[in-house]
Structures are given as structure tokens and as C-alpha cells.
Design a binder for this molecule. Structure first.
Ligand SMILES: [Zn+2]
Ligand SMILES: [Zn+2]
Length: 336
């Protein structure tokens, strides 16, 4: 073999390795609950972890125990299923979930955390200052529920350490290899949160309940889009989990701080503008959008209606799936 050919053989695997690293998906995403109400066995809660790690973050905690059982039955929590002395739920509480991140304190985002707290192991709860305050004043206050946190009304059990996110930087999430940056969202009369999760140089974005900027008369989503646009351009952002609670049409006065498909469309178009380049459509299409928090109205789950409306709007570069409880999603969803 000539020296030249030998070099090609040496260089080629290195090239493959480099190209694999820039495109490989890292995050596993499991909705433990993803409806926007009524069904108390399917309320907002998401597990995310880096592939190959067995440490999860739990983003919101509306439905925990039922969602974990469902995900385990679907074979998506292999370490928990493999444990032979404890149930998958107990394994997840003891070893799987490294921390909770709570977007806001509405009950459909914390009910599972409250009910599971007597059986939980010590963990940190990351949130904004306003969410932490609501949790200690109105939930873990020894009247509504025992104070399992380390702040607020004594006696404090201290099982949960409340960690407040300030929002201007990535902060390490204790007991895990992940970092988080918090962004404020406007959700009718309260402040909700988006969490940008970082692992090595890869990211996913989770948005708690949010209204559109034009309805909420603010700039929170626009600020978020400007911040994440460079990550999308660099193909480092794998997925965006975002709500579409009600189908169109719906009057602004009845949105209660939520999105419809038409409002989501406008926000995606703003995000695409924030990316800015000529190939923004193609770049945006590398991101997997997971649509969640569909609210049942009159007993009907509107998932199919919202899916159809989003398809009909044909938003350029926007590739989405409707979240299904207990499923496992990765960025390569559309490549399979
Ligand atoms: Zn809410
Ligand atoms: Zn909600």
C-alpha cells in the first residue's frame, strides 16, 4: 500500500468520527404526561437524559407515578426495568431522577411531585424565584401539604432543596452532568419558564405554558428565539418542546396564557427570522418540535384537530410531532 493510500485510510475514520459528533443526537425525551388538563393521569411532566447516561432530569412534575409505569412498560427506562429488587418507579425516584425543574406552580405541573414527595429521596428543585415562592407559600406550607422543602414555613422536612435560577447564565444541575439556563415566559397573570438544557455542546429547549408575545404584550418569546437561534444555526439544538393548548379559532380573552396553532405559527416564523440566514428553513428543519399541553375541551382531546391545523398551516422548516404519553423521542425521529 502506498503511503498516500495509507494516509487516506487513516484520515477517513477521523473524518467520519468528526462528522458523527456534529450530527449525532444526544438527548432521550420521554413525556410522562402531556395533556393540558382534566386527565389527572396525563399532566405535564417530562424526562430527559443524555443517551448512555442513566441520570434523568424531570421537567415539570404533573404526572409522575403513572407516567413512569407507562414508560417502563413501553421499555423506555431500561435501567429501571433491569432493577430486580425494586419497582421501576422506586428505582427512578432513588437513582434515576437527578433533579426537578419546575416551569411554574400551576397544579397540572406539580401535582405528581406533591403526591410522590413522602416516598421521594432528597433532590433539588430548580425554578425561578417566583415559582419557588409560590411552592413554599401556597403548596408546601404545612396546610395544603407538609413542607418537604428546605425553605418557608417550619417545620421543614428539607427533602427538596429549592434552587432559584436567575436566568443570565448556565448553571450546573447538582448531581447530574447537565446545565440549565432559565428564561421567563408570560402565562396570563403569572410568570412561567423555559429551560435550555445543556449537555456537552448539545441542547434541548423546554417551554412551560406560555402565551404568544402579541397576546401577552411582551417580548419574552422573541428574546428566547434570539438567544437560541445561533444554537440552531450550529445544529446544536436537538429539540424544542412547546405547547399548543387550544385549536383555532379562539378569542384572545379565552386563551388564558396559552398558544393556538396560528399563534405558534407566528412564533415559529419569528424564530426562523431570528436564524436569519438564506437557508433558515433547512436549518430549522433539523430541530424536532414536540407539541404538548393540548387541553381537552368538552371532554374531547383536541390532539388530532391541532395536528391537522398545524399541518395545514404548512410552516416552512417546522417539523413536529404531537407528544404521546410514555413514548421515547430523539432528534432522529424523522430519519427512521
Ligand atoms: Zn399553567
Ligand atoms: Zn399547564
Amino acid at each position: 500500500m502506498s503511503l498516500k493510500i495509507k494516509h487516506i485510510f487513516l484520515i477517513f475514520p477521523i473524518f467520519l468520527l468528526l462528522s458523527f459528533n456534529t450530527t449525532a443526537q444526544v438527548f432521550d425525551i420521554i413525556p410522562l404526561g402531556c395533556s393540558g388538563g382534566i386527565n389527572d393521569d396525563n399532566l405535564s411532566a417530562w424526562l430527559v437524559k443524555a443517551s448512555g447516561s442513566n441520570r434523568y432530569l424531570c421537567l415539570d412534575a404533573g404526572t409522575l407515578s403513572h407516567g413512569i409505569k407507562l414508560a417502563a412498560n413501553n421499555g423506555h427506562l431500561p435501567e429501571a426495568i433491569a432493577a430486580d429488587t425494586v419497582t421501576p418507579l422506586v428505582w427512578m425516584l432513588r437513582y434515576g431522577i437527578g433533579a426537578y425543574l419546575i416551569s411554574h406552580a400551576h397544579f397540572d405541573h406539580i401535582a405528581g411531585l406533591v403526591t410522590i414527595s413522602p416516598d421521594d429521596t432528597p433532590k433539588s428543585i430548580y425554578s425561578s424565584h417566583s415559582t419557588a415562592t409560590i411552592l413554599t407559600q401556597h403548596v408546601f406550607n404545612n396546610a395544603v401539604w407538609a413542607n418537604f422543602t428546605d425553605q418557608g414555613q417550619p417545620p421543614r422536612i428539607g427533602r427538596y432543596q429549592l434552587k432559584e435560577l436567575t436566568g443570565d447564565q448556565f448553571e450546573p444541575i447538582e448531581g447530574t452532568q447537565y446545565k440549565v439556563m432559565y428564561f421567563p415566559l408570560s402565562h396570563a397573570n403569572i410568570r412561567s419558564s423555559a429551560f435550555l438544557i445543556k449537555y456537552t455542546d448539545r441542547y434541548i429547549l423546554y417551554l412551560g405554558d406560555t402565551g404568544a408575545d402579541e397576546v401577552e404584550k411582551g417580548q419574552n418569546l422573541q428574546n428566547l428565539w434570539l438567544k437560541i437561534a445561533p444554537l440552531i444555526s450550529n445544529q446544536q439544538l436537538e429539540a424544542i418542546i412547546i405547547e399548543a393548548s387550544y385549536p383555532d379559532p379562539r378569542p384572545d380573552a379565552l386563551l388564558f396564557g396559552h398558544l393556538t396553532p396560528s399563534l405558534l405559527k407566528k412564533e415559529i416564523e419569528k424564530l426562523r427570522s431570528a436564524i436569519g440566514s438564506n437557508d433558515a428553513v433547512q436549518i430549522l428543519s433539523k430541530v424536532l418540535f414536540i407539541i404538548t399541553h393540548v387541553k381537552p375541551v368538552g371532554g374531547n382531546l383536541n390532539t388530532e384537530i391541532i395536528k391537522k391545523q398545524l399541518e395545514e398551516y404548512d410552516i416552512r422548516g417546522f417539523r413536529f410531532i404531537m407528544a404521546e404519553q410514555g413514548a421515547l423521542y430523539r432528534n432522529d425521529y424523522f430519519k427512521k
